[in-house]
Design a protein around this ligand. Structure first.
Ligand SMILES: Cc1cc2nc3c(=O)[nH]c(=O)nc-3n(C[C@H](O)[C@H](O)[C@H](O)COP(=O)(O)OP(=O)(O)OC[C@H]3O[C@@H](n4cnc5c(N)ncnc54)[C@H](O)[C@@H]3O)c2cc1C
Length: 417
């Protein structure tokens, strides 16, 4: 893979400052997906990423990918390579603590072959990075950190700190794909709404001896949900949500104590479990930016919004943002419009912000309703689960919402690779 450490200068530029149409700040999965969506469009793009690629590929994270994300990656031509490295699940089992009723979802409920996929960070990033490296109109600038940005009427000047020293890059449009603490969003003083949850998540991988590994489990406990997501090679990624203090205790426990505690939760589902990774702790927040764009700046992925990890939605929203923004920018470019103009960027914002609100609200509601010990709420959620199990239409709507198939779908999701 070719990785440029210094962007190639625009030879036509009198100032000798490298000049691009679009500078994507952040080469995480949202930023890399956007870059892939802008391949072969005639737009000159630079991706500026603070982490070395090899380090980013080692990130110990795994994510549930929705059916819509798989269709977007198919349209981008990276799915074949990606699919060979990740697991698929055909069943979802939803349950409420020790209540015996279980709601099961299967492929006929969605009329798809699989209900979702689970991939590790490196497995998802690698095909995106390979596609970017092969694209003639995209440069990768990294490891390099954007330290400052000044905006003017026609574009922005970015100050970038790389190992070789400081350099300037000019772009007509800056994309903030720089994660939940987005320095770009903060410097632009874009306000956000939201809150920190009373819970943290512990994520880790286990190995198990169950012969079948095609089921994703989401079980709600009073302290928070526990998601069990199948990975390749009889492994599962577990996302264990618990109140902050309990999560800290779980992190500090010896591996044996931790496994014993874990067995009380999932021992009946997956026999013979052993830890296969470190345990990592993540505080959880809900965050929505008041706006996703202003003249010359637009936000995607966690830079724009964050949600509770229940149901594995956050990254999928970021992938949809990236596909939607690519579509809006390509169309504007083809029409001869200024891609950094507020009028263009607002089209993306009007598309994605309301859809993201729905998922932010839905995941928040799930967490609150299923954590409640108040008996009327317990009654309501058990009736809800019963209805979900018995009413096929309700099941279908819930499944389509969580797999991204209910909202407006980007054109790229309708293309074949
Ligand atoms: C416990 C937990 C479990 C989750 N599970 C799921 C799941 O199953 N499915 C799902 O869809 N989502 C899940 N999520 C959400 C998911 O992790 C995030 O939505 C996703 O990682 C965000 O990707 P991103 O590319 O927007 O941001 P990031 O992954 O944060 O990438 C931002 C990038 O920007 C770079 N950067 C930052 N500042 C600069 C700068 N100044 N200059 C240059 N580069 C910079 C960083 O190095 C980084 O690479 C989960 C979240 C948590 C907390």
């Amino acid at each position: 893979m070719t990785v440029l450490t210094v962007p190639e200068p625009d030879v036509n530029s009198s100032t000798a400052i490298p000049s691009y149409d679009i500078a994507i700040v952040g080469g995480g999965i949202a930023g890399a997906t956007l870059a892939c969506g802008l391949r072969d469009t005639g737009l000159q793009v630079v991706v500026i990423e603070a982490q070395p690629q090899e380090q980013a590929l080692q990130r110990q994270r795994a994510y549930a990918l929705s059916v819509l994300s798989s269709r977007i990656f198919t349209g981008l031509g990276v799915w074949e390579q990606l699919r060979s490295q990740i697991a698929a699940f055909r069943q979802i089992r939803l349950s409420d603590a020790d209540y015996p009723g279980i709601v099961g979802f299967a492929p006929p409920d969605l009329q798809t072959e699989h209900l979702g996929y689970v991939g590790e960070h490196g497995a998802i990033c690698r095909p995106l990075y390979d596609a970017i490296a092969a694209a003639e109109n995209i440069n990768w600038c990294g490891p390099a950190r954007v330290e400052a940005v000044t905006y003017d009427d026609t574009g922005a000047l970015l100050t970038v700190q790389a190992a070789e020293g400081q350099q300037a890059i000019r772009a007509r449009l800056v994309v903030g794909a720089d994660g939940p603490n987005s320095p770009l969003r903060q410097r632009a003083q874009i306000p956000t709404q939201g809150w920190k949850y009373w819970q943290s998540c512990i994520t880790f991988t286990i190995r198990h001896q169950h012969p079948c590994n095609d089921t994703a489990f989401e079980r709600f406990w009073y302290g928070g949900p526990m998601g069990v997501l199948p990975l390749t090679g009889n492994r599962c990624q577990i996302v264990w949500t618990a109140p902050h203090a309990e999560a800290q205790d779980l992190l500090k426990m010896s591996a044996n104590e931790f496994l014993a505690r874990l067995n009380t939760r999932i021992g009946s589902l997956l026999p013979g479990i052993e830890l296969a990774s470190d345990r990592l702790l993540f505080p959880v927040q809900l965050m929505q930016s008041d706006r996703y764009s202003q003249e010359r700046l637009v936000l995607v992925g966690d830079a724009a919004h964050c949600c509770h990890p229940v149901g594995g939605q956050g990254l999928n929203l970021g992938i949809r943002d990236a596909a939607a923004l690519a579509e809006v920018l390509i169309h504007a470019h083809q029409q001869g419009e200024d891609i950094g103009a507020q009028a263009v960027l607002k089209r993306y914002e009007r598309w994605r912000r309301p859809e993201n609100w729905v998922i932010l609200g839905f995941t928040d509601l799930l967490d609150r309703v299923f954590s409640s010990r108040w008996w009327p709420v317990i009654g309501i959620r058990r009736v809800g689960l019963l209805l979900l199990a018995k009413v096929p239409l309700l099941k279908k709507v819930a499944l389509r919402l969580m797999t991204g198939l209910l909202g407006r779908q980007p054109q790229v999701a309708k293309l074949q690779s």
